[in-house]
Design a protein around this ligand. Structure first.
Ligand code: MN
Length: 337
């Protein structure tokens, strides 16, 4: 059995430059401004994170070997190109990052696979980039770092993007970032906008918007991957169905062909990224099942050794362990390694 980790981050120098240009904008997003001040600027005393993110070679492989990770399924780290206002720049930076990623996977085909970044700012160009990721670049899926300039993907203008993802049979990893400007206000205190809690609220909300908007009726084969044990949603599903039914009855919510939980169970997969809690894994196994959970370590942000120890020692069956570490990722991302 090989340990495949599916939410492993990288960045390019040009994407960092793009963030820097977004950070100095007069109308910079409040959450991103805080994030930038605390973590993104290479001057902020976290040079080692940038060095690890920028490296797609020897140092990363040494760290993977040390932690017992066989494969990184790489993705452009948050907030990716999602903070860029200029659609052409966002589209170009995503494509260039995908070139860098594809090249790394060709250099180390047994160690790296990759999720292509897309810029929803130009949905038609994003659809073309998805075709390129699936065809010429041979990438394994897609990543979108939640909201794009405050907009969520349930808006009909993003349909071309989902059409292309569905046609290419590429799962979209919906990765967290700071809550959208319309949501972030109360999260700005106490560091709540960050991964402690705001990331999960943002990404779970985004997922619920996709479900409640009927996106999966239009795109029934669309697959969304959520990190962090499903951003809390597996815990909520029964309650969501319960209140959905009441709200339909009183006219507060439009009736969908299926229950919210049915879309979640059919169209979503989750990963363990950053979670080493047995109760959370147990609940997730009970709710979403053994075939819908993948291992992720969230390199370089998390303690990868601790994530490996957790899953190695978790009181689950060996079949469950093999599916979570290897089989599910191989199937969902069509890994050839
Ligand atoms: Mn991550």
């Amino acid at each position: 059995m090989r340990r495949i980790a599916v939410e492993e981050a990288f960045v390019t120098a040009d994407v960092i430059k793009g963030w820097e240009s977004a950070l100095v904008r007069a109308d910079v997003e409040p959450g991103f401004a805080k994030m930038g001040a605390n973590t993104l600027a290479p001057t902020a005393g976290n040079k080692w994170v940038h060095d690890r993110l920028l490296d797609l070679g020897a140092d990363r492989l040494v760290n993977m070997d040390r932690d017992g990770i066989d494969v990184h399924v790489l993705s452009l780290t948050a907030p990716g190109v999602q903070v860029l206002r200029d659609a052409n720049l966002a589209t170009r930076l995503a494509a260039e990052a995908n070139d860098v990623l594809a090249e790394a996977t060709k250099r180390h085909p047994t160690r790296f696979a990759g999720l292509g970044a897309v810029a929803p700012q130009d949905p038609v160009a994003a659809a073309k980039e998805i075709e390129r990721c699936s065809g010429k670049l041979g990438l394994n899926g897609l990543v979108i770092n939640s909201h794009t300039n405050g907009e969520y993907l349930d808006h009909p203008k993003y349909h071309p993007l989902f059409e292309a993802a569905e046609a290419a049979d590429m799962a979209i990893y919906l990765h967290p970032r700071e809550p959208a400007p319309s949501l972030v206000g109360p999260f700005l205190d106490y560091g709540l906008y960050f991964a402690i809690y705001g990331f999960a609220v943002e990404t779970a909300l985004h997922s619920m918007r996709l479900i409640m908007s009927g996106t999966f009726d239009r795109f029934p084969k669309l697959k969304i991957v959520l990190g962090h044990m499903g951003e809390g949603l597996p815990f909520w599903l029964q309650r969501i169905d319960n209140r959905y039914l009441l709200q339909v009855k009183v006219g507060a919510t439009k009736k969908l062909p299926r229950l919210p939980s049915e879309y979640f169970l059919d169209n979503f997969l989750i990963t363990t990224a950053g979670v080493t809690s047995m109760p959370a894994l147990r609940l997730s196994l009970d709710v979403v099942g053994t075939d819908k959970i993948m291992f992720a370590a969230d390199y370089p942000y998390e303690d990868v050794g601790a994530a490996v120890r957790f899953l190695d020692e978790a009181k689950i069956t060996e079949e469950e362990r093999r599916k979570i570490y290897q089989d599910n990722a191989t199937r969902i991302f069509k890994l050839k390694v």
